[in-house]
Design a protein around this ligand. Sequence first.
Ligand SMILES: [Zn+2]
Ligand SMILES: [Zn+2]
Length: 236
Amino acid sequence: MIPSFCPGRCNNAWRVAEAALAAEGTPHDIPAIWGRPVHCERCATRACAQLAELPELIVAIGLEALHGTGPRAAGVVGRTGRVASPSWPGQAARLMTDHIVGGLLELEDDVRELRGLGMRPGRGTEVQNAVGAVAFLTAHLEWALSEHPAALEAHDRMSANPAAQIAGWHRAAQRFTGRDARVEHYCLPCPRCDLLTLYRGDGEDYIECRNVSCQVLLTASEYQDHSRELAGALNV
Ligand SMILES: [Zn+2]
Ligand SMILES: [Zn+2]
């Protein structure tokens, strides 16, 4: 299989820069990261880890329903960006669980059909269904990340790329359960879109712009250069 540029988040900044190059001729020196053969090793490892964490996160979402959900839970549910307002206690948790478990089962069915495998077996409870789907998808992850028809699609919220879907469920679950609380919000505006949307998640290497139409990634030293430039501009 011929290697391609990794469609994962590692190439977000490169894709934005390439789009600017194509549209306005703005040159850039951001290197692209190659896949092995499609996703790079880091993006593939991340997808595997996120998948493994989903069953526990699904249980944690269920516990939120029992112990009450705060207004934070009334967030955006689903890849379509549909905003759901919970009308009864626990409804937000229900919607989130349906979104993630439903998505996992749909992806499992999709892979089974594409690979000519048998029908998904009945597994009992919702959590057992989710655990079974995660085990199945883990076994087929290498195929899903390189040979699934959507494996080459750049990751974004609407992408059918299996790795992007897994990342989306993981992120939604982490936000829902407040696990992404250790996110640093950076106080300078984004060098690309000028919004105050620069964040770095716990353990992440890059500072990321969470403006969905920008999504630039900066290294710590690029952020420092940016802050020096801003400081310089203010001193003239
Ligand atoms: Zn990658
Ligand atoms: Zn930005």
